[in-house]
Design a protein around this ligand. Sequence first.
Ligand code: PLP
Length: 458
Amino acid sequence: MRYVSTRGQAPVLNFEQAMLSGLARDGGLYLPETIPAFAGLEQLDGLSYEEVAFRVVRPFTGDSFSDDELRGAIDRAYARISHDARAPLVQLAPGHHLLELFHGPTLAFKDFAMQLIAQLFQIALARSGQRITIVGATSGDTGSAAIEAFRGIDNVDVFIMYPHGRVSEVQRRQMTTPPAANVHALAVTGHFDDCQARLKDLFNDHAFRDGVGLAGVNSINWARVVAQIVYYFTATASLGMRPTDFCVPTGNFGDIFAGSIARQMGLPIRRLIVATNQNDILHRALSSGEYRMGAVEPSISPSMDIQVSSNFERALYLAYGQDAGAIRQLMEELKQGGFAISQGALEALREQYASGRVSEEETLDTIRAMRERTGEILCPHSAVGVAVAERHLEPGVPMVTLATAHPAKFPDAVERAIGVRPGLPPHMADLFDLPERLTRVENDVDALKSLILERRTA
Ligand SMILES: *Cc1c(COP(=O)(O)O)cnc(C)c1O
C-alpha cells in the first residue's frame, strides 16, 4: 500500500515510513492512494476485538509487518484494556447506543490507537536499530495516552507539550507521574493551538527533524487513524451490520475521519455526525461553507477546545477529488484566517457528515439527564456527543454515540452536573499520591529545540 501527502509534494511512502514520520515533509498529511474495500463484512459478529482489528488493519499495513508481528502487536496492545469486549456498546434509549471507548489505561479513546502504535514502533525500531524522538502536542488525552504507551520502550524518547493550566488534574498527573526516563511532560505557556503550531514548526525544520529523528504521534499520524477504524466495525457488527449513524465528539477530526474511512471500505455507515462544543469551527464550516478561525474559548470539554482541526485537511482532500494543488491553496489562505469551501466539495462533505454544536449549559444538562434516565455517567465530551445525537435520532436507524473518555477524567464538570465526584477505577487509585515531574517552557520554537536536545536520553 502506497501513501501520498494531501499537499502532493512529499515522497510516496509505505505504511511503516508514514507511521514513523507522522507529518509529511510538505506540511501535508499522509493518506493511502486508494482505500481498500473490506471483504467479509458478514463474518464479523461474535469475533474478538483483536480478530476484527487484525482483519481491518491488515490491508493498510502492506508488507511493513508480517501477519505474526501484527497479531502480536494487537494482542499486547489490547490486553491493557480492562474490559473483555474492549469497546462495549451499551444502550441509552431505543435505537441509541453508547460505544464506551474509555476502558484503556488512561481512560480515553486515545489508548486504542496509541497502545497499538507503540507496539508497532517497537517492532519497526528493533528491526532497523534506528533511534527516534517523538514530539507531541496535546489538549490532555493524547499526551497521557502517548506517555503511558511509550514509557520504557527502547530507542524512543517522548516529549509531550500541553497547554499549561488548561488540562484537568487527572490528565496532567497521567503525564507527569510515570517515572520512566524516556518520557518528558512539557507545560507550554499558551493554548493547545499554540502547542500544535510549535509542533508543526519543529517538523518543518528539516535539519532539526533529521538530526533528532523526529516522529509524530498526534492524531495526524495515519497509523492512529487506522487503529480507530476498528471500533466502527465492531459496533456496526453488534448491531447486525445495517445502516447506522455515528455521532462523534470532535476536535482534531481524527476519530470521526476514521469512521469515514470505514464507510469508504464498505461498512454501512449512513451519516457521521460531528459534535462540537462552543469551539465550533467544524459545525460552522459544514453549515456555512466558511472555514474560519476564531479565538479558543476554554470549555468543560477541553479535549475539543481547538480552532484548527488538523485531520479535516484529509476530509477536504477527498472532497476535492484528491486535488493536492487545491489543498495547498486552501492551507495558504488558512494562514490569513480562513477559506471558503467550494460548492462541489461542500456537497461531497455534506453527503456523509452532519454536525451540531452544544453549549456548556446543555452539556451539563445532558450529563444530569442521562444519569437520571439511564444511570450512565457521561464525561463532558461524551455528553456533547449524546446531546447532538439526540437531535439526529431517526426511527429505524440505529445511532451510536462514541463515549470518548471516562467521567473520572473530568471530575469537576461531572460534579457540577450531578453533585457527585466520579471515582477513579481501582488500578489508578494512587494517581494523586505519586510525585510529579514536568518542565515549564515558553511558547517558542528555539526554547523547545534546546530543551529536546538537552533532555534526550539517546
Ligand atoms: C481527543 C478527544 C476528542 C476529540 O477527538 P478528535 O479525534 O481530536 O476529533 C474528544 N473527546 C476526548 C475525550 C478526547 O480525548
